[in-house]
Design a protein around this ligand. Structure first.
Ligand code: PFF
Length: 501
């Protein structure tokens, strides 16, 4: 029954654009280029490509293929393997939902900045450059001194957040048939904007030095675990696997549709976007180095600092069309974020609930968007930055993603098992994958993820409190994992009512 009524992507390209839309996000602009610069340039690229073949693409194939096999989102997939595994399909649903509560707040910042950029509100020239940090922390975030000072919601961010959830609702409430075409438009516009930023960046004075910093190769770095940690963690985060949503997106592939080629296209398309984005980022960093006569180490080259301080500094210092390039940059960030946010909402949260309980899609979408907005209010407060994009992020987008991902690969690899999945995806795909896939899913992906969780996580966060926060605040990480795990068992034990389309 379920198979007959399953919604599907209208066209193959809609699926590819939707999958790419979920993968390409803030991380492509603000994490990949920095990691490449910090980890030996070309050496990092080698580690990244290896990681793509041994971790990213097999994992993506697994999620698409299992979703398609069971014509279901994550809980139905694991419930299909065995009722006792259904909880493992719910855990990443919680991860996805919680990520979305603060990811949408970061998008509210980008919206706020897209508006601010129209008048270069933080100021022009040297004065603007000097004031960019205060503008971000003081005017936009109105940031408090620490996680114990929550304060109150910042009105402009609250309004931005509400707008974003309304947009997410409009995109998702009709399911895949709207998500597909919207993703196509969103991604094409985002790429055009990115191309504008690359051209602007590489024609700025000083760009060459910045690009040297980005790509200067130090092969000896390949011997450092940091490089592999950086590459593997970025691949996991960037491909948006381990967030439940890719199972759902895979489940909307038509019966005879390809899986293997689509996974490769998504993996390489995402990597290419990251690599390309690095040219926009580091050429601009080079420009700032020259304009302000500072070394690369003094320019924020990653994360929030890159997007909301470094970029505004560059906009202030540009020789012309300053507002234009500011608006293009923040709109580009907004668009890549949006296609990840509605992926988390629909594939990661709404589709699993609809599949399980048979609720109406529109009502479920409304409920998820309203609750997501209400929780997000916490992250629009003065202390919101600490709680959302930092502490909760560590819990879900790092530990949650890695632990649920490793367990999922083990269960699919050994219980389902991997060979059966491989034969299934090969039966309708444009090319076949060989038995190497089984080894990746059963051993290499879980081992790689475990390495990332232990080396970059537990080894730091157990001896020293995460982020230098007081213990009580960083313990929220462990509490979040525990509570979401328990809730996943509860949901997994409930009776399935099936979907009504
Ligand atoms: N892949 C997105 C990025 O690189 O920014 C982030 C992300 C979005 C991760 C959605 C996970 C996710 F489900």
């Amino acid at each position: 029954m379920a198979e007959l009524t399953r919604e599907s992507w209208g066209k193959r390209s809609y699926f590819i654009f939707a999958a790419l839309g979920s993968a390409v996000g803030l991380g492509n602009l603000w994490r990949f280029p920095y990691l490449c610069y910090a980890n030996g340039g070309g050496a990092f690229l080698v580690a990244y490509v290896i990681g793509l073949f041994v971790i990213g693409i097999p994992w993506l194939l697994l999620e698409f293929g299992m979703g398609k096999y069971f014509a279901s989102s994550a809980p139905g997939v694991f419930g299909g393997i065995g009722k006792k595994w259904e909880w493992l399909g719910w855990w990443p649903v919680w991860v996805a939902f919680l990520i979305n509560t603060y990811y949408t707040v970061v998008m509210a910042w980008t919206l706020r900045y897209a508006v601010a950029a129209a008048t270069v509100e933080w100021g022009m020239g040297k004065a603007g450059a000097e004031g960019a940090g205060d503008f971000f922390f003081g005017t936009v975030l109105q940031l408090s001194g620490g996680p114990d000072e929550i304060g109150a919601p910042v009105p402009a961010l609250l309004i931005g957040l509400a707008i974003i959830w309304v947009v997410v609702f409009l995109v998702v409430h009709k399911g895949a048939k709207v998500i597909g075409p919207v993703s196509q438009v969103v991604m094409i516009v985002a790429w055009v904007f990115l191309a504008i930023l690359v051209v602007r960046g590489i024609t700025l004075p000083g760009a060459a030095q910045g690009l040297n910093n980005y790509l200067e190769t130090d092969w000896s770095k390949l011997a450092s675990p940091d490089v592999w940690f950086g590459a593997f963690s970025q691949i996991a985060f960037s491909l948006s696997v381990g967030m439940a949503g890719m199972y759902a997106y895979g489940s909307f592939i038509k019966k005879q549709g390809d899986v293997n080629n689509s996974a490769f296209i998504t993996g390489f398309g995402d990597a290419a976007t990251s690599f390309f984005a690095g040219f926009a980022v580091f050429s601009t960093v080079g420009f700032i180095m020259q304009a302000l006569s500072i070394p690369v180490g003094e320019v924020a080259t990653r994360s929030v600092g890159l997007a909301f301080i470094t970029w505004p500094v560059a906009v202030s210092m540009m020789p012309g069309a300053n507002a234009f390039f500011g608006v293009v940059f923040f709109t580009c960030l907004f668009l890549v974020g949006l296609s990840s946010a509605y992926f988390l909402a629909y594939g990661g949260t709404i589709a699993p609930l609809v599949d399980k309980f048979g609720w109406s899609r529109t009502k479920t979408a409304a409920g998820v968007c309203i609750v997501g907005f209400l929780i997000g209010i916490l992250f629009t407060t003065n202390g919101g930055l600490y709680w959302g994009p930092d502490i909760l992020d560590r819990a879900v987008s790092f530990y949650g993603l890695l632990i649920t991902g490793a367990l999922a690969c083990l269960v699919v690899g050994w219980v389902f098992p991997a060979s059966r999945l491989r034969e299934y995806v090969n039966s309708t795909s444009e090319f076949h994958i060989g038995p190497w896939f089984d080894v990746m899913v059963k051993v290499v992906v879980p081992a790689g993820l475990l390495f990332v969780a232990v080396y970059g996580g537990f080894m730091q966060d157990i001896p020293e409190s995460y982020g230098g926060y007081p213990r009580w605040a960083s313990n929220v990480i462990w509490a979040t994992l525990l509570v979401t795990l328990i809730l996943s068992f509860v949901l997994g034990a409930m009776k399935t009512r099936g979907r009504r389309d």
